[in-house]
Design a protein around this ligand. Structure first.
Ligand SMILES: Cc1cc2nc3c(=O)[nH]c(=O)nc-3n(C[C@H](O)[C@H](O)[C@H](O)COP(=O)(O)OP(=O)(O)OC[C@H]3O[C@@H](n4cnc5c(N)ncnc54)[C@H](O)[C@@H]3O)c2cc1C
Length: 309
């Protein structure tokens, strides 16, 4: 029962999601980690440090979901489990792999109960489903934020695999949003803002507080739709799923679709003028009042406390 975990990486850096996926599947069998892409030597070196990894495999790939899934299919023979995080790359690749292998994938797993039993959320996180997967081979995506990261200190061997696949798809260009804030999906602190901010200009208050705390920035769909925040900051059912140690929700009512994305948050602080707002009721700590008074006060207090970022 061996496991092939596909590493997530970006801009030459191994994503923290990979360590969490390795920890999630550590009970399923010996783990080989596959690093796909060009010029991935540093990523493979980082991956080899993860506890529980037996071997790191490095393979060139066309860098498209179609091409990558062809490469993964070639490796699939030797493994009982093929696993990646349920991030945007894994969600694109693994269903293709499953289709090629004629297997039903089990997606967005938040708990591994045993070799064939997994828990995953359904109905926008309002219910949890236990799935028994009795197929001979398993294709799984893991909600990385639901698991702790594997420890480091390992020194697994790294093997480069020669491989040449011919893919119908070709990567023409990539357009990226530049950001110096942490990745939303794996951040320890997230500061989220709602439509109450009133404009993109005023949304910078959220960005200031987030920067001060070294936090990632989140937004509600209403704030994104109003053009106050970019699309990739959206948290919720149709946005990103977060599981920070601390979520500071500012001017956010707490609609079900938003709550679907923050169920993994360990502590929630709500700042809202309405003491009856659903998120205020759910929060561990609520500050009732005008966000335009409270945030500047918070920033001043953080300055006084010597918090500098
Ligand atoms: C199919 C579908 C999918 C959706 N997916 C998502 C999703 O992924 N993520 C998401 O977030 N939403 C999603 N939504 C939208 C969701 O239903 C809500 O409309 C949205 O989350 C509300 O955003 P909000 O909290 O910013 O706005 P509102 O609900 O309008 O809340 C604003 C809050 O700010 C408070 N407030 C106002 N002024 C101040 C002030 N000066 N100081 C302090 N507090 C103040 C108010 O008391 C209120 O609680 C989805 C909806 C649908 C139908």
């Amino acid at each position: 029962m061996s496991v092939l975990v596909i590493a997530d990486h970006d801009l030459g850096v191994l994503s923290p999601a990979t360590a969490r996926v390795v920890h999630a599947v550590s009970e399923l069998g010996p783990i080989d980690l596959l690093v796909l892409g060009h010029g991935t030597t540093d990523i493979a070196t980082e991956a080899a440090k993860l506890a529980g990894v037996t071997k790191v495999l490095v393979a060139d790939s066309p860098n498209t979901a179609d091409g990558d899934s062809l490469v993964i299919e070639r490796f699939a023979n030797g493994y009982s489990y093929i696993v990646q995080s349920a991030g945007s790359v894994g969600k694109d690749r693994l269903p293709r792999v499953a289709a090629k292998l004629d297997i039903m994938p089990v997606t967005d797993i938040v708990e591994v109960l045993g070799p064939t039993r997994f828990i995953r959320p359904i109905y926008a996180g309002n219910a949890l489903q236990t799935v028994t997967d009795n197929q001979a081979k398993h294709v799984l995506t893991i909600r990385a934020s639901a698991f702790r990261a594997a420890a480091t200190g390992n020194n697994a061997p790294i093997e480069t695999i020669e491989n040449a696949v011919v893919s119908a798809a070709k990567l023409i260009a990539q357009h990226r949003t530049e950001s110096d804030t942490p990745d939303l999906a794996t951040a320890q602190i997230v500061v989220g803002g709602g439509v109450a901010l009133g404009s993109a200009n005023k949304f910078q208050l959220i960005e200031q507080l987030a920067k001060k705390l070294g936090a990632a920035i989140g937004a509600t769909r209403a704030a994104v739709d109003a053009g106050y925040a970019p699309n990739d900051w959206q948290v919720g059912q149709t946005g990103k799923i977060i599981a920070p140690d601390l979520y500071i929700a500012i001017g956010i009512s707490g609609a079900l679709q938003h709550l679907a994305g923050i169920q993994g948050a360990k502590k929630i602080v709500a700042i809202n003028s309405d003491s009856e707002a659903p998120l205020v009721k759910l929060a561990d700590v609520a500050l009732i009042g005008d966000l335009f008074e409270i945030i500047p006060q918070l920033l001043t207090e953080l300055d006084k406390a010597g918090v500098k970022r």
